[in-house]
Write a protein that binds this ligand. Sequence first.
Ligand code: AOF
Ligand code: ZN
Length: 365
Amino acid sequence: MQEALRLAASVRGRTSPNPWVGAVLVRGGEIIARGATAPYGGPHAEAAALALADARGADLYCTLEPCVPFPGKRTPPCSEAIIAAGVRRVVVALLDPHVGGAGIQRLRQAGIAVELGDGAEAAADLLRPYLKWRQLGLPYVIAKFAVSLDGAVGAPAEGITWLTGPAAVERVHRDRDWVDAILVGSGTVLADDPALTARPGGAAADRQPVRVVLDARGRISPESRVFAPGAPVIVATSSSSPPAWRQAVLERGAALLELDRPEGRLELRQLLRTLGQRNIQSLIVEGGPTVLSSFFEAELVDEVHAYVTPRILGRAAVPLLPPGTPLPPLHLESVTIEPLPPDVLIRGYTGSWQPPLLPTLAPET
Ligand code: AOF
Ligand code: ZN
C-alpha cells in the first residue's frame, strides 16, 4: 500500500478533476505491476497496472475504491476489469465518495476478497482536495503567506515581491504546480504585478493553474502581467466595477464573475461554489493580507502554509485577522515544519473540514 500511495502522490495535480490514485499488483510477495491515474480521460491506476501483467491469482492494492459504471463515464469501470483479470484479493485504502461502496460490493459479489482501510489515513490526507470537493462542491483552500520575525506580512519594500529566500520560493512554485487555481486580491496585483504562474525549477510548468483575481471595484490594469497568455484567468468583481474596465478585461481573454457584495465584501462562498462548479478542487490564496483575512474570517481556509523568514522589517505589522474579529483562536492541527534555509515553512490544517475516513459499509456476507 505504501508503494501505491507513492504512485498516487507522483501524479498529484496531473489528473484533475479525477482523483490521483495508485495501484500495485502483488504475487508471492513481489510487485509484478504498478499503475497511477493518467491525465483526465486516460486509464485509471488499476487499469494501468492490470495492463502490465497477468493478474490471475494476484493481490491488488489500491489507494481508492475501484470505480463502477455511471452515465458520462470516460473509461471502462475498474471493478469489472479487476474481476475479468482474475485478481484473487483486493486491498483498498479508502472509499470514493463518488462510488460510495458500490465498487467494493461489486468485487465481493464476484467472489473476490476485499480488505478495506489499510493506509486509509494517508490516502485521505493525500486526497483532501478531491474529497472536500466531492463532499461539499467547494475547492480545498490553502492560505499561503510569508511573515517576518516582527510579524509583518507582505513585501519587504517597493519593487521586492518575495520576502523569503530561493528555497521557499521554489517550494511555493512546487505547490502552484499541483493545485488547480491560485488567488490574489487587486492590492497584490497593483503592488507586485505578479505573473501567478507555476515555475518549478525556474521554468514554466506545462500545466498551469487557473489564475483568480478578486477585484470588486475594477482597480487592476488590463495590462497587468496576470493577463499574459499561458494560463486561464478569472476576475471576480461586483456590480460596481466600470463597464469599460470589464470590457477591457474580457478583451484580455479573462472570464468575469460577478459576485454579490454584502457589507462591501465580495461573497467568497459564492465564489468558491462557482469555482467548484468549474472543477477547481484546490486553490492557493496567496494574498494580500486583506484577502487572506477575509478567507480566515469566513472560515473558508482548510490548510495554512506560513513561511517564517528571519528578517526584522521594523514596520507596522499587518495582522492577518483584523483586531476584534469574532473568531475563536485558530490552532493548526497535524502541524509539520519544513526547514527551507534561511526560512521555515509551518504547515497545518485548520480543522474547518475533516476528510471522511471509513463510512460504515454493509457487513461482508
Ligand atoms: C479508479 N481509479 O485511478 C481513479 C478513479 O470518467 P472516468 O472513467 O475517468 O471516471 C471518473 C471517476 O472515477 C471519478 O469521478 C472518480 O470517482 C473515479 N476515479 N477511480 O477506480 C482511479 N482516478
Ligand atoms: Zn477506475
